[in-house]
Design a binder for this molecule. Sequence first.
Ligand code: AMP
Length: 439
Amino acid sequence: MFAEFSLHERLLKALDNLGFSTPTEVQQAVLPPALDGADLLISAETGSGKTVAFLLPVLQRCVDQPAPRSGTRALILTPTRELADQVCKMCEQLAAFTQVRAISVCGGENYQNQAARMRKNPEIIVGTPGRLKEHLEKGNIDFDDLEFLVLDEADRMLDMGFRDEVTFITDACRTERQTLLLSATLNTKGLGAVIDSVLREPQKIELATAQSELANIRQQVILADGVELKERQLRWLLSHESYQKALVFTNTRALAETLGDKMRSGELRVGVLHGELDQPQRTRILNLLREGRINILIATDVAARGLDIEGIDLVINFDLARSGDEHVHRVGRTGRAGQQGLAISLIAPNEWNLKASIERYLKLQMEPRTLPGLGGSYTGPKKVKSNGKAAGTKKKEPKKKEADKPKVKKRLRDQKQIGKRRSSAPVSADGFAPLKKKS
Ligand code: AMP
């Protein structure tokens, strides 16, 4: 029960209103030390209830120790606008019976309006690093009074190339403060340096592992000869599976668009989401999905992170994700907050080895499935090696001499990206990393 954490009654009332009666695992672990004022290093995924876990201590402080003359008291940095909006919305819901105000400050929104809202001195600011840095540089805001700093999805912020912005902002924050850093994994390159520079003797709370994340999600695999068969399989699944909302992932924007056009015909209510759409378009599509006016979203990985839309109970990987972690993020859009989910991956011959690597990384075997009349001729490799990969698909060994060249080294590393995030891709100002290649 939340009451055992001696939270303010107005916060308990809000939790009650939201229907949150029992704290999730991450909330159980985070609340006592966070309410005690400790710096925390938390590994937890979206879906675990992490947002409430870091918002409650912030709000408890704001309610318990009002400071009307203070500047911004809490800053929450997130990698994407969507996540910032979600965090801000949850903050407003938790603060519904208090005077505490939170605003979100992200790229792609009117700069002057933001500056005006910041002048009203909200206690809590939730935002993306790029735009906040701009406001700091222009002197629209300062964090001299800051009491709380939260870095949410810190690994993702670094992956998206926000290191400089994050450092600039954290350097501008008051040193006497409490800091909570959340990350899906703690072994992201460069995270150690950020941890050392922003946290003071942090307590480490490690909850999520990629494997445990997906415990309540059934994973199936359907073999296909190629794109044409995959399209027929997708249409069959979208027409015959029972689901509230389905999320279909492709690796390219072009394919998302093409599939959107093809699937839209007929009964299916389909939207498309990718990084080339502008913010109003994205918001409109996400709202359509939230409200249930569409129930199928075909998306690139832009949608894989941080999105928390109720009722997604089916994820279909039209293309397999390029790494184990991306697969986890995609599949983790279903099965949220303890719900059951189903994830189906359509696998062409050239994706078999990637599937095997993902299975090894997650320590699971996806259930094979066939669809009536849509079997195709591909039934898997003739021979499978002990690591699950197709026999006879030897990794090309570089010539001895070339192996020393950095160019070759890089290529070898690239082949071993399973379980790791894609390297920092260039990001747009709004914080969305475009997928490597537009096609
Ligand atoms: P998050 O990991 O913060 O993205 O949260 C995932 C989902 O869990 C959100 O939809 C929250 O509304 C929901 N949630 C958070 N805390 C609780 C709780 N204690 N009980 C039930 N649902 C919760």
